[in-house]
Design a protein around this ligand. Structure first.
Ligand SMILES: [Zn+2]
Length: 360
């Protein structure tokens, strides 16, 4: 089944990188775009699911006043108030997905929050800057040196290590955000594979899809074949693999297994991603994503043959990047190195961090 958009409005907005309108995507389900400041993704879809007497949100989006107002007014247009939010389910801990949670809980402390336990740990790591994840990663590991980054560029990479997800070390906004995240309630509803969300009405279950983050969870509503894919499957771009836990994980192996896992869903599910536009053709998209990573692995093998310098930096510099390796700086450089390292690690190549990397 070919990949086809389910919304010409969403596709057009994604193409033009502007905010799409709020749309009803199924009975009692709406896509509410929440803006991401200064980011080429432009917005995250927050999905609102009516559950009888109120509403449950999946991924409320980036934190900020404008974001809060956008979400609030979209909910009002649907006839809901923030006080009607029964709960908030999170696909993964990145700021463009979870950011608004503290502000919503401040207004509505009774709402439950649900996420996978591994991403809950990642949040704790994020605001304490302690890299653990139970994978034996040394928080003091110097990624730049291990990856063979030229000395003049160490600062670009080091400032982004250990717990940063998007945007790096800049600014008070990040400090405020970290502070807010450190105040998440202790009584999080911890999801595992197959856990049902505590809706008043209707049935939505979590599907553990590690890869983009270790605790990434997608959500499935079987009754009308909805697949809330988070960042696991997006229509036109590939999610970054390897950024999680300071860049050294088994993320590519996890990700490929998580792609196989979605093969168990019906081919004609409606895919409701966090970015881009909703579409059908999940199985074809899955094949494309698997192929993309296998091509990347082939490229890395070829580069290994072509050069004697097998550092992550050297290998990354020889790969194809959409705007060229030279254009990658700071976060983008770090993300490219992380992605390269994840692929090299998957191939069993030493990425310079020795025994600090756990076994796949
Ligand atoms: Zn995202």
């Amino acid at each position: 089944m070919a990949i086809e958009t389910l919304s010409s409005q969403q596709s057009a907005a994604w193409k033009d990188r502007v905010l799409p309108p709020v749309e009803k995507v199924a009975e009692g389900v709406w896509a509410l775009p929440v803006p991401i400041p200064n980011n080429p993704l432009v917005y995250t879809y927050c999905y609102a699911i009516a559950d009888g007497t109120g509403v449950v949100l999946i991924d409320p989006g980036w934190d900020g006043k404008d974001q809060y107002l956008a979400l609030n007014s979209a909910l009002n247009d649907l006839g809901f108030k923030v006080a009607d939010i029964h709960g908030i389910a999170i696909t993964h801990y990145h700021r463009d997905h979870i950011g608004l949670v503290p502000a919503l809980l401040a207004k509505n402390p009774d709402a439950w929050v649900a996420m996978h336990g591994e991403d809950l740990r990642a949040i704790k790591r994020f605001y304490t800057n302690a890299v653990d994840l139970g994978t034996g990663i040394d928080p003091n590991l110097n990624i730049a040196r291990a990856y063979g980054v030229p000395e003049g560029r160490w600062a670009e990479v080091e400032s982004l290590q250990a717990g940063s997800s998007k945007g790096g070390s800049k600014s008070d906004s990040m400090d405020l955000y970290k502070q807010a995240m450190s105040q998440l309630p202790e009584n999080i509803h911890v999801l595992d594979d197959g856990t049902e969300l505590p809706l008043d009405e209707g049935r939505v279950t979590a599907m553990w899809t590690p890869g983009h983050t270790y605790g990434h969870s997608a959500f499935v509503r079987d009754e009308d074949k909805l697949f809330f894919s988070g960042d696991h499957v997006l229509p036109t771009i590939t999610p970054n693999i390897g950024l999680d836990s300071g860049a050294i994980t088994h993320s590519l192996g996890d990700y490929l297994r998580s792609l196989e896992k979605i093969g168990q869903l019906d081919e004609d599910v409606a895919v409701l991603p966090a970015h881009g536009f909703r579409f059908t053709g999940l199985h074809d998209r899955k094949v494309e994503l698997v192929e993309h990573h296998h091509e990347r692995l082939g490229e890395i093998r070829a580069r290994m043959e072509a050069t004697d310098d097998h550092s992550v930096y050297s290998i990354a510099a020889g790969l194809h990047w959409s705007r060229g390796f030279e254009s990658l700086h700071n976060f983008n450089l770090f993300a490219a190195l992380a992605e390269t390292a994840a692929h090299m690690h998957y191939l069993g190549i030493d990425i310079g961090v020795g025994s600090l990397v756990g076994k796949d």
